[in-house]
Design a protein around this ligand. Structure first.
Ligand code: MCN
Length: 755
């Protein structure tokens, strides 16, 4: 039997095609006779649409048609049980954010569509807008949905009991987890192609082809089987491409109606207002503890700005609530999740989706508590960790943690970073009056991953090659490699003989998709389950053919099957697959794997230098110790951590979507919206502890969102730590030079009056 390939840093099979420019994204797909759609978007944050005059656009060269909401008559996207909050696919009557699509031009070319779009004359009657989510909850705020009677679209309500009872100290803070944009390399896109018989094939840049199929079929009144959705190469999603966008449904409706292929691809500026934003949570926190640092309880309200519609963001404060205990034993938690609409781009999941918000809430609060009690941030954390012997651990918010060893991850991170030496250097710099202060920030996080189920199948063809089919839909995560490793390892076949099929509802029978750091553990375990069944069947066939008992069948070098102690005769996979076909039982098996969620964790340490003359923050070092249980492919895990860290650090230091008071977006290009380059980031120092989960046969937890979840508060804490000589207790993100400089000025002794 060959050495298992599982757990090895196999190079990604996907990479050559990306590196050579051979990847094919939606907009690369060529079809004959295709039309191009371009959307007319609102210039107002809140306005009544008085009229839309599209006559000039309809007469423009190359234009095939112009449609408004009334012309298309598509059902709105449902908003839970409340019809009053439903999101129309094209705005009808009222626009509620700048960038909201309200009409669509279809033309023979992109240039013709864009030119004609400018000719659509929309007469608006402006309405007062509300941009700030706190202001949106106040009496007299402009209402986005007057029929609903309030801008609050969901409210978990306040708890009756006082979680802080018995606390010697209580720290309180308002923490703003700012709105950020996902900025995938490939903006949103779709190409819909009518098929003979009334069906449609839709190529969509999505994380969930089955989700898109369901939404398109339901909106167009088609059977799901009549709609085939293919996600070709997808240039990133980061949670924001989790389901069908209104534009994708409109494009499908246009192709269906016009009987011609229709394509749409966003520009970067459209993407910055059209794609869901993330985070956007205002947290009011009270953390109570005894003098020795033992936590007594937590009270918090997480007010999430879901943007103009109660759409994809509404469930997120509930996720923050679930993870409100983090890595700590908190006996009582009163957590109030709330969702509020404002006249801004709708929000939705963004890498971490509610869990980074929980980690930031806790990790900032832990530092506030440490400062209040005069304790080291390490010590306060250690004192409150859920200990390894307490698993499975039931948190007060209903999370059932599988396994963990939080102190181990922290110890490793502190050792790698050289914590005591750094603290000594920090003191020395202060004592020497250095203008460049050192800051050290910690973050210990746990998150929730792998919710639900996923589909997988494994088949061995008579030529001995293996086909894996998965319901997951990778868009940068390397599933083609990881799942081939699992199948190769279970079957004992050569990795190069395994092909992984995904992201096409025409070839994959069912599936859920890729989000919530679910695919490795759920999709991977499904492949493992299917592979195990195929292996068992192969052993039976071998036993028949070799006239031996199944118990005596052994797998030999090269994956061949033989009888124990009888080396002369052996069969390979091709022999067995052929025999299976002949017997009418091909070597193929399906598996739907379902589990309780798993809880990855880790400890991150950031080291920053703050220039007190300019407020500039330099991230000197970043140590990340993460634990995702057993690693399927350590190199893929490393890449996932690196990408996650980049996004998490970017939230702490650089990124913020902003609006003016009237709801005009101020960050509509990558000049205004500061995405870091590699030059802005340090060389990551990473390590792993391995605490397998008992909840799946791989022992694997998720990793796709770990980097983002842990890193943001580590950096934020580090900057605030550096500013402690200036009395800074809390600063909101992003920690721009201006914001940091202001805090330094506020903390300086007032200059002597000038003579
Ligand atoms: N893996 C592993 N060992 C583990 C866990 C995972 O080797 N113990 C591997 C998996 O096999 C998979 C990869 O790591 O190849 C990520 O696995 P997982 O944590 O299961 O996450 P998903 O595959 O479900 O990916 C989703 C996750 C999320 S939620 C976001 S957001 C995100 C992310 O992945 N968006 C990404 N990573 C991204 N990477 C890229 N390049 N682009 C995005 O948009």
């Amino acid at each position: 039997m060959s050495v298992s390939i599982l757990g090895h840093a196999v190079h990604r099979s996907e990479d050559p095609r990306f590196l050579r420019g051979e990847a094919r994204y939606v907009d690369d797909i060529e079809v004959a006779g295709g039309l191009v759609a371009s959307f007319v978007r609102s210039h107002h944050a809140h306005a009544r649409i008085v009229s839309i005059d599209a006559d000039a656009a309809r007469r423009a060269p190359g234009v095939v048609a112009v449609f408004t909401a009334a012309d298309l008559d598509l059902p709105p996207s449902p908003a839970g049980r409340r019809a009053a909050l439903a999101r129309p696919r094209l705005a009808a009557g009222v626009v509620r954010y700048v960038g909201e699509p309200l009409a669509v031009v279809v033309a023979e070319s992109a240039a013709a569509a864009v030119d004609a779009r400018e000719l659509v004359d929309v007469d608006y009657e402006p309405l007062p807008a509300v941009v700030d989510p706190i202001a949106a909850t106040e009496e007299g705020a402009p209402l986005l949905f007057p029929d609903h009677g309030s801008n609050v679209v969901s409210d978990g309500g306040a708890a009756d009991e006082d979680p802080l009872e018995g606390a010697d100290v209580v720290v309180r803070a308002r923490l703003v987890n700012q709105r950020v944009a996902p900025v995938p390399l490939e903006p949103n896109a779709a190409l819909a192609v009518p098929e003979p018989g009334g069906g449609l094939t839709i190529y969509a840049s999505t994380q969930s082809p089955f989700g898109v199929r369901r939404e398109v079929a339901s909106a167009l009144g088609l059977e799901e089987e009549a709609v085939r959705v293919v996600a070709p190469d997808v240039g990133g999603g980061f949670g924001a491409k989790g389901g069908a966008y209104p534009e994708q449904i409109v494009v499908a409706a246009l192709a269906h109606r016009l009987g011609r292929p229709v394509r749409w691809a966003e520009t970067r500026s459209e993407n910055l207002v059209g794609m869901t934003h993330g985070r956007a949570q205002v947290q009011d926190v009270e953390l109570g503890a005894r003098r020795d640092g033992t936590i007594v309880g937590l009270r918090a309200r997480a007010l999430t700005d879901v943007g103009a519609y109660s759409w994809r963001g509404t469930f997120l404060p509930g996720v923050t609530r679930v993870m409100a205990s983090g890595v700590y034993r908190i006996p009582r938690i009163a957590f109030r999740p709330m969702a509020v609409v404002t006249n801004t781009t709708p929000t939705g999941p963004y890498r971490g989706a509610g869990r980074p918000e929980a980690a930031a809430l806790l990790e900032r609060s832990m530092d506030l508590l440490a400062a209040e009690l005069g304790m080291d941030p390490v010590e306060i954390r250690r004192r409150n960790f859920i200990s390894p012997d307490q698993f499975p651990y039931q948190s007060p918010t209903g999370a059932s943690y599988d396994s963990g060893d939080y102190a181990k991850a922290l110890d490793r991170a502190l050792e790698l970073v050289g914590y005591q030496e750094l603290r000594a250097e920090q003191r020395a710099r202060v004592d020497a009056g250095s203008p460049r202060l050192l800051g050290i920030g910690l973050s210990c996080y746990a998150e929730i991953s792998g919710v639900g189920s996923e589909y997988g199948s494994v088949a061995v063809a008579p030529d001995g090659s293996v086909t894996v089919v998965t319901g997951s839909s990778p868009h940068g995560q390397g599933h083609e490699t990881a799942f081939a490793q699992i199948a190769a390892s279970v079957l004992g076949v050569d990795f190069a003989r395994v092909r992984v099929v995904h992201s096409d509802t025409g070839t994959v029978p069912r599936g859920v998709g890729t989000f919530g750091s679910r695919s490795g553990q759920l999709g991977g375990s499904a492949v493992m389950g299917a592979g195990d069944a195929v292996l068992a069947r192969a052993r039976e066939l071998a036993a028949d053919l070799l006239e031996a008992s199944v118990d005596d069948i052994v797998q030999l070098e090269g994956g061949r099957f033989g009888v124990a102690g009888v080396p002369a005769r052996a069969l390979d996979w091709a022999d067995l697959a052929g025999a299976g076909e002949e017997a009418g039982t091909p070597l193929r098996s399906e598996f739907d794997f379902e589990q309780e969620p798993t809880f990855p964790f880790g400890a991150h340490v950031a080291v920053v230098e703050v220039d007190i003359e300019t407020g500039l923050v330099d991230l000197l070092r970043f140590v990340a110790v993460d634990d995702c249980g057993n690693l399927i492919n350590p190199m893929i895990v490393e890449g996932q951590i690196h990408g996650g860290l980049a996004q998490g650090v970017a939230q702490a230091l650089f990124e913020a979507v902003s609006y003016d008071a009237d709801g005009n977006p101020l960050t509509t290009t990558l000049v205004d919206y500061l995405v870091p380059s590699a030059a802005d980031l340090p060389s990551w120092e990473t390590a792993h502890t391995v605490t397998p989960t008992p909840r799946n046969p791989l022992g694997a937890k998720g990793v796709g969102e770990s980097g983002t979840t842990g890193s943001t508060p580590a950096v934020q804490n580090a900057v605030i730590d550096a500013l402690s000589p200036f009395g800074a207790k809390h600063l909101d993100m992003p920690l721009t030079p201006e914001r940091v400089w202001d805090a330094i000025q506020a903390g300086r002794p007032s200059p002597a009056p000038r003579r």
